[in-house]
Design a protein around this ligand. Sequence first.
Ligand code: NAG
Length: 425
Amino acid sequence: MFYRSIPQFLHWISIFIVLSQFWSFVFRPRPPPPPHGRWTFDPDHHANVHTLSQEQCDIAFPELYHSPKESVKLRGNRRIMPRELEIAPGRCMMRLLIYDRELFIIDDGSPEKCYVKNGNERERILGTLSQISLALATAPPSDPLPDIEFSITLDDLPRRSKLHGSFWAYTRKDGPAYDDVWLMPNYAYWSWNYTKAPSWQSIRRSIADTEQVTGWGAKHNKLVWRGKPKMADLRGDLLAMSAGKSWSDVKGVVINEHRDSSDLLTLEEFCGYRYTVQTEGTSYSGRLKYLQLCRSMLISHPLEWQEFHTHLMTAEGEKPNFVETSPDWANLDAIMEFYTTNPDVGEWIAGNAWELFHKRYLTSAAVTCYWRRLITSWASVQGFTPMLYVDERGNKWEGRGKRKMRGEPFAAFAANWPAKPERLP
Ligand SMILES: *[C@@H]1O[C@H](CO)[C@@H](O)[C@H](O)[C@H]1NC(C)=O
């Protein structure tokens, strides 16, 4: 017998195993190094990381900062001065200060008097201010954060709040009337519980989990839409254009009357359709960003209202991420006929949108990078040095005598406001 004993046999076997392990460790396939040895954004690990440096933000989201860049350009040589920031009570606006990486409320604008009955003032205010506060608190030490003073509107129609002067808003249009309206992310990137999106990160995760189970093949080969029909506008036209079509799951619902109607869909259920459709309402539609979290093909009429990320939407070129109809939906039937019979094309467009929005530009990491860029962009055209402390007559505190803070820290505001919740709309 070649081996004299079983122990000797085992001895040689174990040496062989150890050597082969070592061999495969030394010659294991390695991932290619990132280009130029740079840090790269990996959505699986970084989507909810708020502490990216400015350099990492630039690497991760190179196309994100279009709107602040445009706003700075539109200012030209006009510096922002304090009188532009004044707000009137009851107009859904707030005047804010960032001082030494802390957010202060200079003027809360009497939100309980806000004449627009948005119905969710508290969600809008706390959602927006919390995002700013988070962006300040998570800025790494390498990134200086300037002191700025600015105003925001919580109204979906920004010019209803203030006709002149500069401020930040959820939406704007092109044109001179909106040149001084700077785009900020929507409050729903914090929370919009009413639409069953308790936090941005949780709805994004929930949609990702659903997508993993569903897959394109299992999705309904139809166009889905639910909403309040207002006849004779584009929502009414959409209902008319899709009535009786085999590709249509388009339905009007009156939300208040049919709160429990089976026609109401959750955001995850919208993603269960291959084709979704966007309609503007009074202005931008809060639903767009959620539809863009789905791996579905988005169809939209030409949009008039911009949001901080909508410049990334393209229906043309090498990587279209949605399909644009004519303004009156006249070609909707032809579009749906084409895509329902050529689902591979729709899957490709849905995949482009998924990579661009779900996995990159609509992550919490991107939103926080955007807030910090908005702050530094505003600072670059600010024509004054914001003050936190004033003397007893409201003038600049010169370092002697009594001083008081001009504003209330957001920390105190969030913990105590509103004193009388029942007075809020
Ligand atoms: C958020 O919405 C859910 C229902 O979608 C509800 O059960 C829950 O109470 C809401 N949370 C708050 C804090 O209102």
